[in-house]
Design a protein around this ligand. Structure first.
Ligand code: GTR
Length: 327
């Protein structure tokens, strides 16, 4: 995917580089929501090191961890405006800005994480990437974010009926509120940073996330049941403000893309290890991990989310079919 995008953009940039060749080093600010110990934090630090190394110091990236530059929806807007240059974003909150990105936020669209990467590395992923680049948020690497499952503090969730009546925090995207509401729950969009307190004070009854994030920000301390619904498999990106990227020399563009690819390989290795480690750690802390024998009823309950979404966005039908027909 990035090879294709970067070829297009490298062409444009070569032309630009002939016109403007400035020597001043580019200082980029990068947004990361995660704290120390999370795989994405290590991968973003690696990305910054690699960019400095591969551009010979022409481009430097300073990564601001822990979401200190703002919530994810705010940071996405800042990247579009060019006030923040780079970010490690989840594609979920990109859906409200870039229609194609909603492909990955349809529940159960992917059969597995491997299937998701095959789709993202193929023509469907290319369409998503182009949509994002056109909106100013250009992906140059894909991270693994595993699968998201529901957690709460009253008991295991085995069927959609168990979610009925529960207020569940979701990321900012109508598809996610629709998904919880389709089970009779109350989907509540909220910034990641507010979830811990909302769970502990009962403002929400539950939330949904992957195991590394469930552990890293301590949600396991205030939600003792994690039920493996694995309803969403959403990739994340290293994304760069498109105009900034296009303004770099062809060599520096290639260096950024290579750095992002290497950092992504590193992230995916760390991710696999951390998912196991997080599961062990939260279990040791007393969390009950609940395997769901039959996810079929969840798929059935969430099917209207697809139907409603595609009826309202008919231009997405082809992309959804392309992803679904990818082996
Ligand atoms: C994490 C993801 C973050 C953020 C968070 C959330 O898994 O890495 O980017 O989206 O979930 O639930 O808000």
């Amino acid at each position: 995917m990035y090879q294709k995008i970067s070829k297009t953009i490298l062409g444009t940039a070569t032309a630009l580089a002939l016109v403007a060749s400035t020597a001043a080093a580019e200082e980029l600010r990068a947004w990361n929501i995660h704290t120390d110990g999370h795989p994405n934090t290590a991968a973003m630090d690696r990305f910054a090191e690699l960019v400095a190394e591969k551009t010979g110091g022409d481009v430097n990236v300073e990564v601001f961890h822990g979401g200190v530059l703002g919530s994810q929806p705010d940071a996405l807007e800042q990247v579009q405006l060019g006030a923040i240059d780079v970010g490690n974003f989840n594609l979920g909150p990109i859906g409200p800005i870039v229609q194609e990105a909603n492909l990955v936020s349809l529940p159960f669209i992917f059969k597995s994480v491997d299937h998701m990467f095959r789709v993202m590395d193929g023509p469907a992923g290319e369409k998503v990437a182009m949509g994002m680049a056109n909106a100013g948020i250009m992906p140059i690497g894909w991270f693994d974010a595993g699968a998201r499952s529901f957690y709460n503090n009253t008991g295991p969730i085995n069927s959609p009926d168990d979610v009925a009546g529960m207020k569940i925090r979701v990321m900012n995207n109508d598809l996610f509120t629709g998904m919880v509401n389709a089970m009779g729950g109350n989907g509540t969009p909220m910034a990641f940073a507010e979830v811990y307190q909302s769970l502990s004070t009962g403002v929400v009854d539950g939330a949904e996330n992957n195991l590394p994030s469930f552990q890293s920000v301590g949600h396991f301390e205030v939600a003792g049941f994690y039920s493996l619904s694995e309803h969403l498999i959403i990739p994340e990106c290293i994304c760069v403000n498109t105009a900034l990227f296009e303004g770099l020399s062809a060599d520096n563009q290639a260096a950024l893309v290579a750095a992002a690819e290497e950092a992504s390989v590193y992230q995916r290795e760390l991710w696999a290890e951390q998912t196991q480690a997080s599961r062990k750690a939260v279990e040791a802390a007393g969390v009950q991990i609940n395997e769901i024998a039959d996810k079929g009823p969840f798929q059935v309950a969430m099917a209207p989310v697809y139907a409603d979404y595609l009826a309202a966005n008919p231009s997405m039908v082809e992309l959804v079919e392309l992803a679904q027909s990818t082996e």
